[in-house]
Design a binder for this molecule. Structure first.
Ligand code: NAD
Ligand code: MG
Length: 401
């Protein structure tokens, strides 16, 4: 290590799949930034304690106030044993937003929270002037123009293998040279199945992703293809393109992470073995390249990469999202909020796998749904979300399906 780096980092969602891999990257490349603050949900006190000792953040936020005491006890005890000062600990959703907005230009916030609850921290980070390494795609999908209008050019660096790939493929190109984007999809654990075969699948089967190890919500979303749907919309906002210029192709090996086709007919792809530390390290260190960040592909051994169209008759998530995005306003906020409710219901056994996108469709088609073309700021958006969650829950409890 060459001394303490001046760049500070706030990591939201430190105990999750992305969060733990980000800390792994920072351990290997301590010159990227020093950890100023961590935010966690609070379900894993012992892991938070280990992270506090290893990375010595000044601030620690526990979003779930009911878990703050247990986390605080574990952290204080571990810091005492290690003979180091404990971080300042605060709790609650407002404290997460405050931490997200506490840095400045030259610093970096990695938002790796799951769900649209990441929206307010995203906006706070953007207002601070810090770089936003954005894993929480939901905040961009749900917030849309609210988020892109709040961002300076280049302020948001995507931490999503597809979008990180596209950003790399676009280096040195201008927007008017893009014809369209091609987002790759592994196809998830149920690729090739019919709707009849999908009717009975269980949460355990949905959690067995073929190529990536991720949190529960995104893994389920990968099985329904809702994740790919969110990523199409994420690409629209991140790269300022309409949805009909963002294609999806199934590529089961997850090696080509996405592609850009240019107006001259050339297609540029980014390829690397599936390892999220590559995307995380890219976003944190950009424009530097971290030597040895991830194992490169080895073309001395034979390999085949295959590409096939998405079976949109079986998986309707992407078409639903495209329609919601074309409508604009709060439609994507409704889509995402209903999905979050549906995934919870799928895990507690009250909704079938196919019921997830069926519920999204039903609520989107509800004639009562607020359909304002422009949503009135964050407040308006949160109200639309709340309406959608209530509508979803009413259907879930009303039918017991
Ligand atoms: P995860 O469920 O493993 O982790 C979520 C983290 O957020 C946990 O540390 C949890 O304690 C914390 N958390 C929950 N609610 C919080 C709140 N209100 N405030 C602060 N922290 C809170 O999820 P993950 O798989 O790491 O995914 C995180 C985000 O990154 C998601 O938006 C996901 O779509 C995106 N993403 C993940 C991957 C991946 O490989 N896991 C890849 C691309 C994008
Ligand atoms: Mg992705």
């Amino acid at each position: 290590m060459t001394g303490t780096p001046s760049r500070r980092l706030v990591l939201l969602g430190a105990t999750g799949s992305i969060g733990t891999q980000a800390l792994d990257v920072l351990t290997r490349y301590p010159d990227i930034a020093r950890v100023h603050g961590l935010a966690v949900g609070g379900s894993r006190p012992e892991l938070v304690a280990e992270q506090a000792v290893a990375h010595r953040p000044a601030q620690l936020v526990v979003s779930d106030a009911a878990r703050a005491e247990a986390v605080g006890a574990a952290v204080h005890s571990a810091c005492r044993d290690a003979g180091i000062p404990a971080p300042q600990i605060t709790a609650g959703a407002d404290a997460v937003v405050e931490l997200a907005g506490s840095l400045a230009e030259g610093d970096v916030v990695l938002n790796a929270i799951t769900g649209s609850v990441g929206l307010l921290p995203t906006l706070a980070a953007l207002a601070s002037g810090a770089r936003l390494a954005l894993a929480n795609k939901e905040s961009l999908v749900v917030g849309g123009h609210l988020v892109t209008d709040a961002a300076a050019p280049g302020q948001i660096l995507p931490v999503d293998s597809e979008h990180t790939a596209i950003a790399q493929a676009l280096a040195g190109l201008t927007h008017d040279q893009i014809d369209h984007l091609v987002v790759t999809a592994s196809g998830g654990p149920f690729r090739g199945r019919s709707r009849e075969q999908l009717a009975q699948v269980t949460p355990e089967q949905a959690l067995a992703h073929p190529t990536w190890s991720m949190g529960r919500v995104i893994t389920t979303n990968s099985a329904t293809l809702v994740n790919k749907a969110l990523e199409v919309i994420e690409a629209c906002f991140q790269f300022d393109l309409p949805e009909d210029r963002v294609q999806v192709v199934v590529h089961p090996q997850s090696i080509v992470h996405s592609m850009v086709t240019l107006v001259d007919g050339s297609t540029i792809a980014q390829a690397s073995p599936p390892d999220m530390r590559h995307a995380i390290g890219w976003a944190l260190a950009h424009p530097e390249k971290l030597p040895g960040l991830a194992a490169p592909l080895d073309f001395r051994t034979a390999q085949s990469w295959t590409f096939e169209p998405v079976d949109e008759d079986t998986f309707d998530a992407i078409a639903l999202a495209r329609a919601a995005h074309r409508e604009g306003g709060g439609a994507m906020a409704v889509y995402n909020a209903v999905n979050e409710e549906a995934v919870d219901a799928f895990f507690d056994g009250s909704l079938s796998f196919l019921g997830i996108t069926a519920l999204i469709r039903e609520v989107l088609e509800d004639p009562q749904r607020p359909r304002a073309q422009r949503v009135d700021g964050v407040g308006g958006l949160l109200a639309v979300e709340e309406w959608a969650r209530t509508a979803a829950r009413a259907r879930l409890t009303g039918r017991g399906r």
